[in-house]
Design a protein around this ligand. Structure first.
Ligand SMILES: Nc1ncnc2c1ncn2[C@@H]1O[C@H](COP(=O)(O)OP(=O)(O)OP(=O)(O)O)[C@@H](O)[C@H]1O
Ligand SMILES: [Mg+2]
Length: 276
């Protein structure tokens, strides 16, 4: 049995569809990398659009083979190929080389690991690729990254798959709509059930100071949740202008980029986390 390697700070970004998860993940990842942190971004959304949002050119992004499709590697580490029925799976496969082998380099020195689609949405399916993806995220050591930032599928489904188990922070993103706030509360509760110790709320696309209170009211209407922090990110036209990537936002002093930089700063590992 090998000694446990020190783990990086792991942050999962979750929330309703379209609230800004991928934009925030990509921009914060690059801001942290520019500030000198070694950053691994994990794309756990089967839409797989983090690469482009990061600023990786479309031709390169579409050539990335996600981990869920690395059949030989899956067989090598888990003991069965995707689709193989009845094989005995290694439940704790050694995936410590997954980032080195399948991670791709992005702008500003970030590494990106694209997971690809999981089988049996929402189910606790014990299929080979699910087993591999879970351990690939859990097995990342501090020698590979200081911060792991995981973008997720919309809604609360990925929490069911327990991909985020063992994460240090959940960043629950909402906009100012009732539906997004409801999903945020459900997501936060699931994050707490998973044992994620720090759960913060991000209110994106805020137009004025009353939006913070509006969301606080919506969260209360859903039964409430004691978020560790509430961060407000403003509505900013330059985010839309920057589409399809955050390139133009990195290093800019626009309202959104300034606010995400402050958010990233708040994820500084605590002494206790550093001592692990
Ligand atoms: N603060 C903001 N101001 C203006 N536009 C924004 C802001 N944040 C995000 N957007 C825009 O909102 C859209 C949705 O953002 P994004 O794709 O990051 O959301 P998502 O939560 O990842 O969506 P999905 O659930 O589909 O993966 C994008 O066009 C993005 O540019
Ligand atoms: Mg997204």
């Amino acid at each position: 049995m090998t000694a446990a390697r020190p783990a990086p700070l792991r942050v999962v970004v979750a929330g309703k569809g379209g609230v800004g998860k991928t934009t925030i993940t990509a921009l914060v990842g690059r801001q942290l990398a520019r500030a000198g942190r070694r950053v691994l971004l994990v794309d756990a959304d089967e839409q797989m659009n983090l690469a482009r949002t990061l600023g990786i050119p479309a031709s390169e992004a579409s050539a990335i083979v996600p981990l869920a499709h690395q059949d030989d590697y899956i067989e090598e580490s888990v003991g069965a190929r995707p689709g193989e029925q009845g094989a005995l799976l290694r439940l704790n496969p050694d995936t410590t080389d997954a980032v080195a082998r399948f991670g791709v380099d992005g702008p500003d020195g970030v590494r990106l690991l694209v997971m690809g689609g999981l089988r049996s949405a929402g189910g606790g399916c014990l299929c080979p690729e699910n087993s591999l993806l879970r351990s690939a995220v859990a097995g990342v050591g501090r020698d590979q990254a200081e911060v792991v930032l995981m973008d997720t599928h919309a809604g609360v489904e990925h929490f069911g798959r327990a991909l985020a188990r063992g994460f240090d922070h959940a960043v629950v993103v909402t906009d100012t709509s009732t539906n997004a706030a409801a999903v945020a509360v459900q997501t936060a509760r699931l994050a707490r059930e998973l044992g994620i110790p720090r759960i913060g709320l991000v209110v994106n696309r805020a137009r004025d100071t009353t939006d913070r209170q509006r969301v606080a009211r919506l969260v209360a209407d859903e039964g409430g949740f004691a978020f560790e922090s509430v961060t407000v990110l403003p509505w900013d036209e330059t985010v839309l202008d920057a589409d399809p990537s955050v390139d133009a936002l990195v290093g800019s002093e626009g309202a959104f980029a300034t606010a995400t930089a402050a958010l990233a700063d708040s994820w500084r590992p605590t002494r206790m986390e550093l001592a692990r």
